[in-house]
Design a protein around this ligand. Structure first.
Ligand code: PEP
Ligand code: MN
Length: 337
């Protein structure tokens, strides 16, 4: 249920509404928008109808949300959420580019990449220190040593750090270094991890599972939101189809579909979405044209010798060229990069 407050409601009326909803066994989530203040009442146990609230002062309407995700829905928050990562705003007019290697491999590799992507206009540095690999024999990441390298790259360039969390047990360590926690496609429905991120209240970037429907994906986000973390970004990274020419099928339909259904910012990862560096630029341009709020792109100084995902990684010079092309597309759709 959402409770839409009257435009001129008082703070006392709002607090009275919140108290009443909590007494009825629901938990309250507040959305104070420019236009309206909306209270979301969610709860699994108590089924007391909230329609009785309509009698209370300051309430304009009590509306059921029929979709299974509530706090992630546009009904709950009509304006797009702007996630503020230490001053870098995702969800506003500017399209934010996050770039860097698939995995942190060494200080030299990470710092060289960070300098290059920063010079080309990226605002955040990506790099995995804990890697979810299909094979247990593949490079698993440098773990905390990798996080320290990312910290050094941030100190040098000012780029904010986006790095993956693969297990709840690592969260304390990651919180010391990460500005944004990335949840990989393979953990899209790892509910214990999603709840832990919700409780950690750190900005998070949730990748869409390669099997997940958009509804399942939004339910994953709902896990974080229901724990009180509203700084959630979504990232389309390709789904499994019958096609084998590309690593995954980048579902750009998901961009306008998600923008319509949810207030959360929507990013696109054309690197994993295609699996081939030659396809990254064209699909990044298409993603910007489709209305994404940001991009996640893999860049490596020496892709041929990368320890993971070299074939889809751009060299820094190619990344720079792509950024120039993206700026022109952004302007054409009323955005900037
Ligand atoms: C990654 O970003 O390097 C990664 C592992 O992505 P995904 O979870 O989308 O496969
Ligand atoms: Mn990767």
């Amino acid at each position: 249920m959402i409770i839409v407050m009257e435009r001129n409601h008082t703070e006392e009326q709002l607090q009275a509404v919140i108290r009443r909803i909590e007494q009825m066994g629901y938990s309250c989530h507040l959305s104070r928008g420019v236009e309206r203040t909306i209270v979301g009442a969610v709860g699994s146990k108590d089924k007391t109808p909230l329609q009785v609230l309509e009698q209370m002062e300051g309430i304009e309407a009590v509306i059921p949300i029929l979709r299974p995700y509530k706090l992630a829905s546009r009904e709950f928050r009509p304006e797009t959420t702007v996630v503020n990562v230490e001053g870098v705003k995702i969800g506003g007019p500017e399209i934010v580019v996050i770039a860097g290697p698939c995995s942190v491999e060494s200080e030299k590799q990470a710092i060289e990449t960070a300098r290059a992507v920063k010079a080309a206009g990226a605002k955040m540095l990506r790099g995995g220190a804990y890697k979810p690999r299909t094979s247990p024999y593949a490079f698993q990441g440098l773990e905390e040593d990798g996080l320290k390298i990312l910290q050094a790259a941030k100190a040098e360039t000012g780029l904010k750090i986006v790095t993956e969390i693969v297990a709840v047990n690592d969260i304390e360590t990651l919180l010391k270094y990460a500005d944004v926690l990335q949840v990989g496609a393979r953990n899209c429905q790892n509910y214990a991890l999603l709840r832990a991120i919700g409780q950690a209240k750190k900005p998070a970037l949730l990748k869409r599972g390669m099997w997940a429907t958009i509804q399942e994906y939004l339910m994953a986000a709902e896990y974080c939101l229901s724990e009180g973390n509203y700084d959630i970004m979504l990232c389309e990274r390709g789904i499994r189809t019958f096609e084998t020419e590309t690593r995954f099928t980048l579902d750009l339909n998901a961009v306008p579909v998600l923008k319509n259904l949810t207030h959360l910012p929507v990013l696109v990862d054309p690197s994993h979405g295609t699996g081939h560096w030659r396809l990254v630029g064209p699909m990044a341009r298409a993603a910007v044209a489709a209305g994404c709020d940001g991009l996640l792109v893999e860049v490596h100084p020496d892709p041929a010798n990368a320890l993971s995902d070299g074939s889809q990684s751009l060299k820094p010079t190619k990344f720079e060229r792509m950024m120039d092309e993206l700026r022109r597309v952004a302007v054409a759709v009323g955005r900037s990069i």
